[in-house]
Design a binder for this molecule. Structure first.
Ligand code: FAD
Length: 289
């Protein structure tokens, strides 16, 4: 298949890109790595009249820690670069662990974190990781900038809080407190496939080994990435013993709302949510300790 005709613009600044988006609104789409948008255009599932190519706009690919220890990742940072980046691996190792499960190396070489998140595929790994890490997204337009927490960004399958004139410019990840362990695990039929179920877990322990904070989020688990706040709350104050983890896993099974696919029924996905959550929590606990 070939895409429907479109106009292509490759602005050389973020401001020029925002001006084009403001002028064309929903008729225009940003082009990042093209790994989701171009196939969708070739199948004519997406038919944007205008493409605003971000690949020549400088300043969108930075990966750096700020003075408060938060990790700031520019939306155009390629997934493969984030996977290998020493700062990102040191501050938030779950990024590399989860990115390793995203598609294949060739796709990660080109695909960007911003494009992956803006695409908002509920089966995608990184939106769930963002919920588990308490990420905030910087959205920019000619009108100004605003920060949106990850839990308010994903509205439904392929739907986000981005306005027609807005760009996802930066992903901000708060620093992980001491004695925090993270883990991302998934079950897929083959490496590189979208997961039938994936779970991101973050746990913080006190000096005595008690859990002071936990976050759990799942992909392929509903119309958006699905947080499991009841399961996370149940773990707080516990020592993450096997019975605590089993209780949390049972709550995760209740909190997800899987839609099913050709590979897995909703009931099987729900079962997997409990199994994978328990494994991820055990791993996160071991890493925190
Ligand atoms: C064979 C195959 C297997 C895959 N498997 C997986 C997988 O297992 N897990 C997974 O998560 N993904 C998978 N993907 C998708 C892949 O991760 C894409 O790279 C990613 O979803 C989109 O990133 P991109 O940079 O290529 O964005 P693009 O394709 O360029 O854009 C995607 C969408 O986001 C919008 N957009 C892009 N950047 C911005 C921005 N800065 N601000 C606002 N809107 C923006 C675009 O307009 C478009 O609507 C797979 C893709 C392929 C082709």
């Amino acid at each position: 298949m070939k895409p429907a005709p479109f106009e292509w613009h490759a602005p050389d600044s973020v401001e020029a890109a925002l001006a084009l988006k403001a002028a064309h609104g929903d008729d225009a789409r940003f082009l990042a790595g093209g790994q989701s948008l171009v196939p969708a255009m070739n199948f004519r599932i997406a038919q944007p009249a205008v493409l605003v190519d971000l690949n020549r706009a400088p300043g969108l690919g930075t990966i750096a820690q700020d003075a408060e220890g938060a990790l700031r990742i520019g939306a155009m940072a390629r997934n493969a670069r984030i996977e290998r980046d020493a700062t990102a691996r040191g501050s938030h190792p779950i990024l590399a662990e989860a990115l390793h499960e995203v598609a294949h190396p060739q796709i990660r070489n080109r695909g960007t974190l911003g494009g992956n998140l803006a695409h908002a595929d509920p089966a995608s790994e990184m939106p769930a990781v963002m919920l588990a890490l308490g990420a905030r997204f910087l959205l920019r337009s000619l009108r100004g900038a605003r920060e949106v927490p990850a839990e308010e960004f994903f509205l439904g399958p392929l739907a986000t809080a981005l306005g027609p004139d807005e760009m996802l410019a930066e992903i901000r990840l708060p620093p992980l407190p001491p004695r925090t362990g993270t883990a991302f695990l998934e079950v897929a039929r083959r490496r590189g496939d979208y997961a039938m179920m994936g779970v991101a877990a973050v746990v913080t322990l006190d000096a005595d080994g008690r859990c002071t904070h936990a976050r759990i989020a799942c992909c392929s688990a509903g119309p958006t990435p699905m947080a499991a706040p009841l399961a996370a709350a149940a773990l707080e104050g516990s020592r993450l013993e096997e019975a605590d983890i089993a209780g949390a896993a049972a709550l995760v099974r209740q909190e997800v709302d899987p839609m099913g696919s050709v590979h897995a029924s909703p009931a099987y996905q729900r079962h997997l949510a409990g199994v994978v959550a328990a494994r991820a929590l055990r791993l996160a606990k071991a890493r925190a300790a």
